[in-house]
Write a protein that binds this ligand. Structure first.
Ligand SMILES: Cc1cc2nc3c(=O)[nH]c(=O)nc-3n(C[C@H](O)[C@H](O)[C@H](O)COP(=O)(O)OP(=O)(O)OC[C@H]3O[C@@H](n4cnc5c(N)ncnc54)[C@H](O)[C@@H]3O)c2cc1C
Length: 423
């Protein structure tokens, strides 16, 4: 990958971006676009690019570039632009702490331990994967239990296979993509077991990664035991009832040497917690305004740190906004505060951003709680739109325009996604 080589490290920047994944790179470009001169991206990895570097499958960039790219190609386009725009990139640099004066403690392989100041800071640290401990799966502790993202890194970047016969717990997108990848590499994928009565990944991934390769998907089923001393030998699976409780009288054993977990991501918010930001329990990330500013002045956040995205194109859109917000803050041209709070109502699990302003367009990113076929999304009394279907795994985006709000004088707007009768 093309990457910037930083010859010296300044102590003061207009904008410091923590994390050099797609979110961090787009935020740095956004800050530059609105006039921030000194912009620094920090990343703990050897190269910037984040998760994209291990995603060697196509499917990235359809919204943003109007063409289908692999993860490394998508990352490279941004990294080239970052270098062209003279943005500093420091890799092998871990942001260990951050304080209210926006001083970031950096541990760098090249410069040692240094304190860097930013007039504004953007948090773009991504997400981590949920592990076996997060869902308390019983059984022994053999080798061969690993997350889908780790498997992706091992196979795509290091060139190893995780095992010969793999069972997958959870139908998240990364697991589905790895089911196909492992099959193409000659590994036998015996099945995907999903506790919910519906899949947790995008429909296109169910079709292209499971159906096209005859990999069975078992809904309303979970793993209730892991067996094996040194290495996984088998797992026990059981159907679950409506309250997700396994029926242990109907267990069966599945022989395998690997259990791959694809059971969700959690925003990587250690640093945000040091800052004591206000958090949204529904997303696991901070509350953010329409400029992606957190509850602390001058601290912005974007990407998976705020809420888990299913498409990197949405990460890019949202992160450009965060970077522009940070750049305007750093150069003293901050936009007026938002005047409307958004409240998740019926069948809305989460909504980002948490506040908007009535004077400009906004894209809202929503997650529903349960799937519905024919439904209507309503923003209070001001706007409604018919939807053919909604699905918890698929982010729902809504554009709110100032004309919807012309006759609205309240300070909070409730969002509902409700069933509707077929016409
Ligand atoms: C395993 C996995 C596979 C995925 N596959 C796809 C896919 O196929 N298609 C798709 O559209 N989306 C995919 N996603 C969704 C993905 O989350 C987004 O597309 C995108 O990568 C999120 O961007 P981000 O910049 O927020 O996070 P990331 O890409 O995770 O980048 C975060 C960066 O922050 C750095 N960092 C974290 N903490 C620190 C610190 N304290 N100091 C310095 N640096 C730090 C990390 O090293 C990393 O480079 C996948 C996600 C995961 C986890």
């Amino acid at each position: 990958m093309l990457t910037g080589k930083l010859a010296q490290l300044d102590g003061d920047y207009d904008v410091v971006v923590v994390g050099g994944g797609p979110a961090g790179m787009a935020a740095a470009l956004g800050a530059r676009e609105v006039g921030a001169n000194r912009v620094l991206i920090l990343d703990r990895d050897r190269e910037a690019g984040g998760i994209l570097l291990q995603c060697i499958h196509p499917g990235f960039g359809l919204h943003h570039f109007g063409e289908e790219l692999t993860g490394p190609e998508y990352a490279q386009r941004f990294l080239s632009e970052v270098c062209d725009k003279g943005i500093d990139v420091l890799t092998d640099a871990y942001a260990a702490d951050i304080d209210l004066d926006k001083r970031v403690k950096v541990m760098s392989g090249r410069f040692g331990v240094r304190i860097i100041s930013g007039s504004a800071v953007v948090l773009a640290m991504g997400a981590r994967e949920r592990t076996r401990g997060a869902i308390r799966t019983p059984g022994t502790r053999p080798a061969g239990v690993m997350t889908a993202g780790l498997t992706q890194r091992i196979v795509n970047m290091l060139g190893y296979l995780p095992g010969k016969r793999v069972a997958i717990l959870g139908s998240g997108d990364i697991g589905l993509i790895m089911a196909r990848r492992l099959t193409l590499e000659g590994v036998e994928v015996v099945g995907v077991y999903e506790i919910m009565p519906y899949p947790n990944g995008l429909n296109r991934n169910i079709v292209q990664c499971l159906n096209d390769f005859d990999i069975p998907l078992h809904l309303s089923t979970t793993v209730v035991n892991i067996h094996g001393r040194d290495r996984v030998e088998k797992v026990t699976v059981a159907p679950v009832d409506a309250s997700l409780k396994p029926d242990l009288t109907r267990c069966s054993d599945v022989a395998c040497d690997t259990l791959m977990l694809s059971i969700g991501l959690i925003p990587e918010n250690e640093l945000s917690r040091h800052l004591n930001l206000r958090f949204d329990p529904a997303t696991g990330g901070p509350f953010v305004t329409s400029a992606m500013e957190t509850s602390i002045d001058g601290v912005f956040a974007c990407g998976n740190v705020v809420h888990i995205h299913d498409l990197v194109d949405f990460v890019t859109q949202e992160s450009l906004l965060a970077g522009q917000g940070a750049g305007l803050y750093a150069t003293g041209h901050r936009k007026p505060a938002d005047n409307i709070r958004l409240i998740p109502g019926d069948n809305v699990a989460s909504c980002v951003p948490h506040t908007i302003s009535s004077d400009r367009d906004h894209t809202l990113y929503l997650r529903v709680k349960k799937p519905l076929d024919m439904s209507t999304i309503r923003l209070g009394e001001v706007y409604e739109k018919k939807l053919r279907y909604v699905f918890p795994a698929e982010t729902l985006t809504v554009t709110v325009r100032p004309r919807f709000l012309e006759n609205f004088h309240g300070n909070s707007l409730r969002i509902d996604v409700q069933p509707r009768e077929p016409a």
